[in-house]
Structures are given as structure tokens and as C-alpha cells.
Design a protein around this ligand. Structure first.
Ligand code: FAD
Ligand code: NA7
Length: 532
């Protein structure tokens, strides 16, 4: 430990998910820097290391839920369904780590507790939970936007004598087969869990606070021809992704919903319902589902009509039907609504009938009913975007802490850098682009690699975001959010899921293409908004 020569690096990377893995590769293998990556988990993979709950999978398609940088790997790897399950995403990321020999520079089982900038030495000092410290000129945080679990302290929570787990740290030894399972939370995670658990649990009780709009994912086997076509059209597919808004690999619509007849609207909704995928339903049907109230209500009404059609019990169908706008990150599943037709699945609306308390043997609701359980699953989401930052002590120039700097909510310049924190760069920091994330991660890591390469080549000691640039980007992101209906509903995208958290934009809603154009313009302008 301490400041010995061997503890000194050119760059320290924190986190070994999609973001951190690629960052280590680029900085070490391309720029030739001495890099050390710290990961608190006992394996690489980030999200896909931690989220091992039954049913865990990506809900953006396999085709684009991967790196694009390695075309040769794309010729070799195969997948057999439209969506990749957790185990296979993890395997894919492990393959990338092995292929580029990154493992030797990734120190697992190591949580970084503090990172402090020393202005005189122009070095970051990082301290770990093992009491070691390391220094580096550059600090790259790839902590993950959805890595800090939200584990609400519901009354009686810690008295439960069965297994109580959060989906974001699912233990390998837990099987729910033949068990009485309770589930709190019906977001993307909870609904995936329902589809899987309903088929194996003896009984599944779903405690739903707010229903969400679900559409079919259209998951199905992919043919060898499909993969061959992917490989043959590789460049074109990824070019389209980078020139699109949500980067999901389909063409976004430019037709406003109200510009066509009601009959045509229903036809388009049905066609996309049949194709499957949440982002496709929101952005591939019409151009303005996320922005125009009438268009949004048309899509919402279509989904509600499907719930009525699918769910046999009218009371259950009513409880499952959202009434607020369709304006959260769109989710999709294999057979979510169908699951409620099973005899072993019960829906409890805890908005109408709240949880009174968790007991050693189950959950008691306000109506006095006791729901006996062997396993209680919290699919209650994450303290998103800045959650993992807040759990660390990060100090920039003058000892100012990141938590102080972000006391009004997290801000950044371009999702990448923060004023007062020189040579610290974030991957998927606050106000990064809202899209399918691997292409956003590649965009940022490639851009940062160029920036660091330029700083190294010209002998710049430090790179820092200018205050005015950070303020302008913050306003740009808020405006981009206000242009949509998303701020009208409470979700993690705005921090509204965490009691006491400031409710504000934490993403740029202008789309990946526009985000990339902005990054290009910053370079063309001589790294406009940065002091070097
Ligand atoms: P992560 O994968 O979260 O990696 C961050 C790593 O940093 C973690 O391993 C964490 O342990 C580590 N870390 C954090 N703090 C510290 C510390 N102080 N010290 C040491 N290590 C630390 N996105 C999509 O685009 N499409 C999807 O379909 C999709 N599905 C998802 C499903 C689930 C269940 C979840 C939770 C997320 C999903 N996401 C999806 C978002 C997903 O998080 C991103 O796509 C992507 O995996 C993020 O990669 P990352 O490297 O930025 O962060
Ligand atoms: P989400 O989308 O934040 O969903 C969390 C769910 O848990 C949601 O239904 C919440 O209801 C519910 N919740 C949260 N706190 C409580 C309490 N205290 N009591 C009852 N219910 C609660 O997280 P996910 O993990 O599903 O998805 C996050 C992202 O990860 C997702 O978009 C993908 O990108 C992967 P609420 O809606 O707040 O009423």
C-alpha cells in the first residue's frame, strides 16, 4: 500500500462491467497506459454478475446488446434467441476479458471507498476497503447507473425467517422451485421475475405498487440465417444504431400518431405488438408517443385493451392496468400478463391494500390477510445513476466532495466530467444519453480515450470541465427531458423512486446520434468546455 512505486498507475478504473472492461482495454492496449481496475464483486460483468434472479435477461435485443468494436469476435460468437439471458451476457463479457488478457489488471473483491485528488502532485489517490491505497494521474469511474440497490426498510423486513433477497444480489444457492414466493416490485426486473417464477414456484404472490405498461418482447429462437445476415451487414447495422436515437437496432418512426386514421394506428400498434420489444413499441410505432399526450394515450389505451383481452379475471386486469402516461423506460416481457391467468399466481395491489408488515413467516396486508412465504424477493430497483457515487467519498480540488457538488442533484459536462474534479472521467455518469447502453458506453469510452491520448501527447497535466459548460449541459438535459412526457411520471430516471432524492433529469434525451454530434463538435472546437 501507501505511495510505493508499485502502487502507482497511469490510470485507475473503478468497476468491471461493460464500461470498465472496455475502458481497461482501450487505455492499456491502445494508449499503452499502466492501468489497474478495481471491482468490488468477485467476478467481472457488473450488472450481469450481480443480477442472477430467475428470468434475468437484457430487454434490448442481443443484436445490439454487445460491443461493436470487435468485428472478428462478432464473426465467432453466436446466440440462439432474440434476447440474451444473464448467464450468456456474463459469459460474453468474460470472453472479452480473456480475449484481451484484461483479467490480470482487474483486482476483484475490492471496493474503492475513497478517491482524493492532490492538486500539487496532480494525482488521484484511491483507498480500498482492504486498506490499500494507489495513485494515478487519471481516474475513470464506471460504477454503473443501476448498481446501488434500493432496499426499502418496509416494517418488519429484518424479522423475516425465510430467504429475503434483492434481485440485484441474487445468491447462487437460492432456488425458488416448489416454494411459496413473494415479490415486491413490478418494474423491468419484477416483471421478468414473474414470467420465470410463475412457472416454477408453488405459489407466487405479487405485491404491486404501480403497474407499468408491458408489451411482448417477441423472444424467440434466431436462425443461423439471421446470424449470417448480422455478420454480413455488420457495419451497416452498427452505423444505423449510431445514427439513431435509442440505439436499439430498429428504424424509429417519423410519423406522428395523430396524422393517421384510428384504424391505421391500431394496425401499426398491432404490428409492433406482434414484432415485440418495448423500445420498438414506444419509438418504432410513431414518432411522438413519448412526447405528444394524445399519441401517448393512444398507445396506452392499446396496451390497456390488450390487458383486458389477455387477463381472464376482470379485477386482476383492472389492477394491472396503468392509468398514468406511458412514460417510463419502456419494458417488455415474454408472457407477463398471461402469468396472472395461472392458478398459482396472486396479484395484490398494495396501493389499494398496503403491506402492514413483514412477519417472520410472510407478509400481512392492511385487509388482515397473511400471505405465508418461504422466499421474499425485493425487485425494488436502484438508487440510479449517482447512487454508487454517493456511496463513495470522492474529493476534487480543494477537498470539495462530490456529494457537496451534487447536493442539488447530480450534474456533469456531457455525462463525462465534473468541474473541480480534474482528470476524473465517468462512464455513464449523470446526464449521459438515454438509449440502449452498450453503444452509449462505446461512444463515451472511445471519446475519452481520444481525449486522454491527446492530453498525453501534448503533455497536458490536467483536463477539467469548465463550470459554465457543466451548467449549460445540465440545462440542455433538463430541456431535453421537458420536451418529453417522462418527467410527468415518477421513475428512477429522475430519481423519483428514492424517498428524499431530488427529482430532476439524469439523462440527455436527445438521442445517441445527437449526443455523438455534440461530442464531435466539442473535439472540433478544440475540446470546447474543457481547460487543459
Ligand atoms: P455495471 O455493469 O453496473 O458495472 C459497474 C460495476 O462497478 C459493478 O460491477 C459494481 O460492483 C462496481 N462498483 C460500483 N461501485 C464500486 C466501488 N466503489 N468499488 C469497486 N467497484 C464498484 N441496459 C440496456 O441497455 N439494455 C438492457 O436490456 C438492460 N437490462 C438491464 C437489466 C437489469 C436487471 C439491470 C440491473 C440493468 C440493465 N441494463 C440494461 C442497464 C445495464 O446496467 C447497462 O446496460 C450496463 O450493463 C452498464 O454497464 P456499466 O459497466 O456501466 O455498469
Ligand atoms: P424499477 O423500475 O425502479 O422498479 C422498482 C419496482 O419496485 C417498482 O414497481 C416500484 O414501485 C417498486 N418499489 C420500490 N420501492 C418500493 C416500496 N418501498 N414498496 C413497494 N414497492 C416498491 O427497478 P427495476 O430493477 O425493475 O428496473 C430498473 C432498470 O434496470 C430497468 O429500467 C432496466 O434498465 C433494468 P413504484 O413504481 O415506485 O410504485
Amino acid at each position: 500500500g501507501g505511495h510505493s512505486a508499485e502502487a502507482r498507475f497511469d490510470a485507475i478504473v473503478i468497476g468491471a462491467g461493460f464500461g470498465g472492461i472496455y475502458t481497461v482495454h482501450k487505455l492499456r492496449n491502445e494508449l499503452g497506459l499502466r492501468v489497474r481496475c478495481f471491482e468490488k464483486g468477485d467476478g467481472v460483468g457488473g450488472t450481469w454478475h450481480w443480477n442472477r434472479y430467475p428470468g434475468a435477461m437484457s430487454d434490448t435485443e442481443s443484436l445490439v446488446y454487445r460491443y461493436s468494436f470487435d468485428r472478428e469476435l462478432a464473426q465467432e460468437v453466436a446466440w440462439n434467441r432474440r434476447y440474451i439471458p444473464q448467464r450468456d451476457i456474463l459469459g460474453y463479457l468474460q470472453t472479452v476479458v480473456d480475449r484481451y488478457d484484461l483479467g490480470k489488471d482487474i483486482q476483484l473483491n475490492t471496493a474503492v471507498e475513497a478517491a482524493v485528488y492532490n492538486e500539487e502532485a496532480n494525482l488521484w489517490t484511491v483507498t480500498t476497503d482492504g486498506g490499500e491505497s494507489f495513485t494515478a494521474r487519471y481516474l475513470l469511474t464506471a460504477l454503473g447507473p443501476l448498481s446501488a440497490a434500493n432496499f426499502p426498510d418496509i416494517k418488519g423486513r429484518d424479522t423475516f425467517r425465510g430467504r429475503l433477497v434483492h434481485t440485484g444480489s441474487w445468491p447462487d444457492d437460492l432456488s425458488i422451485e416448489g416454494k411459496r414466493v413473494g415479490l415486491i416490485g413490478t418494474g423491468s426486473t419484477g416483471t421478468q421475475f414473474v414470467c420465470a417464477a410463475s412457472k416454477v414456484a408453488e405459489h407466487l404472490t405479487v405485491f404491486q405498487r404501480t403497474p407499468q405498461y408491458n408489451v411482448p418482447s417477441g423472444n424467440a429462437p434466431v436462425s443461423p440465417e439471421y446470424l449470417a445476415e448480422y455478420r454480413a451487414n455488420y457495419d451497416e447495422i452498427w452505423r444505423q444504431v449510431r445514427l439513431s436515437r435509442v440505439a436499439c437496432g430498429f428504424e424509429e418512426s417519423d410519423v406522428p400518431a395523430m396524422s393517421v386514421s384510428e384504424e391505421e394506428r391500431r394496425r401499426v400498434f398491432q404490428e409492433n405488438w406482434d414484432k415485440g420489444n418495448g423500445f420498438r413499441f414506444m419509438f418504432g410505432t410513431f414518432s411522438d408517443i413519448a412526447t405528444d399526450p394524445a399519441a401517448n394515450e393512444a398507445a396506452a389505451e392499446f396496451i390497456r385493451s390488450k390487458i383486458k383481452e389477455i387477463v381472464r379475471d376482470p379485477e386482476t386486469a383492472r389492477k394491472l392496468s396503468p392509468t398514468d402516461p406511458y412514460a417510463k423506460r419502456p419494458i417488455c416481457n415474454e408472457d407477463y400478463y398471461e402469468s396472472f391467468n395461472r392458478d398459482n399466481v396472486t396479484l395484490v395491489s398494495i396501493k389499494e391494500n398496503p403491506i402492514r408488515e413483514i412477519t417472520p413467516t410472510g407478509v400481512i396486508t392492511e385487509d388482515g390477510v397473511e400471505h405465508p412465504l418461504d422466499v421474499l424477493v425485493f425487485a425494488t430497483g436502484f438508487d440510479a445513476v449517482d447512487g454508487s457515487y454517493k456511496r463513495m467519498d470522492i474529493r476534487g480540488r480543494g477537498g470539495v466532495s462530490m456529494n457537496e457538488h451534487w447536493s442539488d442533484g447530480p450534474t456533469s459536462y456531457l455525462g463525462l466530467a465534473v468541474t473541480g474534479f480534474p482528470n476524473m472521467f465517468m462512464v455513464l455518469g449523470p446526464n449521459s444519453v438515454f438509449s440502449n447502453l452498450p453503444p452509449a458506453i462505446e461512444t463515451q469510452v472511445e471519446w475519452l480515450t481520444e481525449l486522454i491520448g491527446a492530453a498525453e501527447a501534448t503533455g497536458r497535466r490536467s483536463v477539467e470541465a469548465v463550470k459554465a459548460a457543466e451548467e449549460t449541459w445540465t440545462v440542455t438535459c433538463q430541456q431535453s427531458a421537458d420536451f418529453t412526457l417522462f418527467p410527468k411520471v415518477d421513475s428512477w430516471i429522475f430519481g423519483a423512486n428514492i424517498p428524499g432524492k431530488k427529482n430532476r433529469a439524469m439523462f440527455y434525451f436527445g438521442g445517441l446520434r445527437s449526443y455523438r454530434e455534440k461530442l464531435d463538435a466539442v473535439v472540433t472546437g478544440g475540446y470546447e468546455g474543457f481547460t487543459m
